[in-house]
Design a protein around this ligand. Sequence first.
Ligand code: BES
Ligand code: ZN
Length: 455
Amino acid sequence: MTDIDQYLRLHGERFEAELCDLLRIASVSAQPECRAEILRAADWLDARFRRLGFRSEIVATEGCPLVVAESPHVEGAPTALVYGHYDVQPADPLDRWTSPPFEPTRRGGNLYARGATDDKGQMLTHLLSAEAWVECRGALPLNLKYVIEGEEEVGSRSLETYLAGQADRLATDCIVISDGAQFAPGIPAICYGLRGIAYYELRVAGPNRDLHSGSFGGSVTNPAGALAKVLAGMTDNQGRVTIPGFYDDVAPLSDQERRLLAELPFDETEYLLQLGVTGTWGEEGYTLLERRWARPAYDVCGLWSGYQGEGAKTILPATAHAKFSFRLVPNQDPHKITQGIKWLLTELCPPGIELELVDLHGSPGLLVSLESPYVDAAARAIEQAFGRRPVLTREGGSIPIVATLHETLRADVLLLGWGQNDDNTPAPDEKLSLADFHRGIRASARLWQELAHVP
Ligand code: BES
Ligand code: ZN
């Protein structure tokens, strides 16, 4: 692989420049006003694949387009399908960024921009590694297919629809995804589990207008107070979700898995320090890593009602709103969770209030088999590029389409995160370490070699 390593070194700066080009595109899928930028990001990728000599197509959908590409066919070689996403989370709060979110900036060995790690930088490693193969060897040692979508951050609905008819076209031996993190700096990981998600908006309506809290307070239910009670009622004092049957389908942690998780070099004090908090919280009876990766969790993601300006205004607000989610673990079904919440809401709803639940999106969790020969191949590739064998981890985050990809294509999934846990994914100052970017490209180049030789 010395020719390929040399090529990667020689072209490393251009690779960074290309990533910066893509990062300048504000492809925020959640914001309709970013539509033009979404299309621009899809165009950019499509053109990039063509420049590589790959067949590429922009697939229009009801939402954001998909980019589907394929390397020139290599007879008799296995196939890997790369999944990634070009959409990013909203950049707000804008005033908390050290440099603007869509003006990629290098600082201290990192590249700062929205999407740097999630997922433009990580996804691009699998395209650039392919370039090195094509340029150095004239061809890849295996067949590569790429499905890059633009709706991952809002639930992947369009890709779900597209996949239903494409099992043959996308047929593959394994699925490669880099859209996560290493265990820690210098400790690469192969992730074998993702949590699912069920995400909702709750609208609370009370009186037909804001009321004077002096004239009317104490006479009717306050929507803001009602919302607070309802949200608080969804967990108990042991940190358990109160929806009836919520835990019925939860895949339990085996003793062996608990032992493996406990052996990971995780420092809770360091974790608290990094997050700037003084204590932990969560479901009783489980370690912090278990709670983050392998147990369900409930979180309020947004909350608004009443007067938010300066000073005091004495109102009893007419409405209140919240966004909240449940992170799910394997075997929990998002649809069942929705039924459960609806029931709980009718129980918790105070008089004189109307609750409207909007189901924004849901997807199940995933566990990948560690018996897969592709996992061994990936471990070898990572060891060569990172100089250290990867540890096995799970992830608390979700990649909504992965379970469907796995089932539709009946292929093993490789979750190979090149990022770090402190990359500030949905927050201001998202970053990717440039060293990780280049290691990721090197690992990817070796992955093609290793996967080509899996019997
Ligand atoms: N790449 C993340 C998921 C992730 C985060 C994996 C951290 C590993 C570590 C992904 O793009 C993401 O943000 N997913 C959303 C999905 C949701 C909006 C349906 C998530 O997990 O919140
Ligand atoms: Zn992502």
